[in-house]
Design a protein around this ligand. Structure first.
Ligand code: IMP
Ligand code: MG
Length: 182
């Protein structure tokens, strides 16, 4: 495993990322929509660092087998609707890889009548984007490697790491083997 972003770098990067978001919204009420589960740590840090009136909602993206990318999104439309109508919305996700997860999600949020919708991601992978959509706020840009830590997992492992690391192919095989055991 190779550390890409140390704990100190992560903390400093997220602080300045939160400051940019804070400046952008200028005290206006905001709804944060966290894409679970990978964004759970980032969502918690944004809640700590943003000094704004905030409402918190979540949507769930089910990961496909082996965790390489997200599957279909699960939205609780009734709950989301009242937190999105006539409000500024910031969608918070762990990583923008191909962008397909957010490409599916954003129109569903738009349908609920927000004043604005913006996207904040912890990580964006270089050279992987497949859709005409870009995050508005990105804390770190990383090379095209499979990363774990700070909420991101592989086969249920490594979510707890306080830093971001890239997995070697052999470590991915090991994690797959372990998750198959009962
Ligand atoms: P996208 O739809 O291709 O942008 O994929 C986004 C989702 O796939 C992320 O929100 C993650 O859940 C998952 N994902 C993509 N790359 C990685 C990675 O390197 N580590 C962990 N999860 C990833
Ligand atoms: Mg995700």
């Amino acid at each position: 495993m190779k550390t890409l972003i140390t704990e100190d770098q992560l903390r400093a990067g997220i602080r300045s990322f939160a400051e940019k978001i804070q400046q952008h919204y200028q005290g206006r009420p905001l709804t944060l929509v966290g894409v679970m589960v990978g964004s759970i740590m980032l969502l918690a840090d944004l809640i700590r660092f943003l000094d704004l009136p905030m409402r918190i909602e979540i949507v769930q993206a089910r990961t496909q087998p082996h965790g390489l990318r997200s599957g279909p999104l699960v939205l609780n439309g009734d709950v989301l609707a009242s937190s999105i109508l006539n409000r500024h919305v910031l969608v918070v996700d762990d990583i923008f890889d191909t962008g397909r997860t957010l490409w599916d999600l954003i129109p569903q949020i738009d349908d609920l009548g927000p004043i604005s919708v913006r996207i904040a991601v912890l990580l964006q992978k270089e050279g992987r984007r497949e859709v005409p959509l870009k995050p508005d706020f990105t804390a770190f840009t990383i090379p095209n490697e499979f990363v774990v830590g700070y909420g991101l997992d592989y086969c249920d492992k490594y979510r707890n790491l306080p830093y971001i690391a890239a997995l070697e192919p052999q470590e991915m095989e090991e994690a797959e083997g372990k998750s198959a055991a009962p």
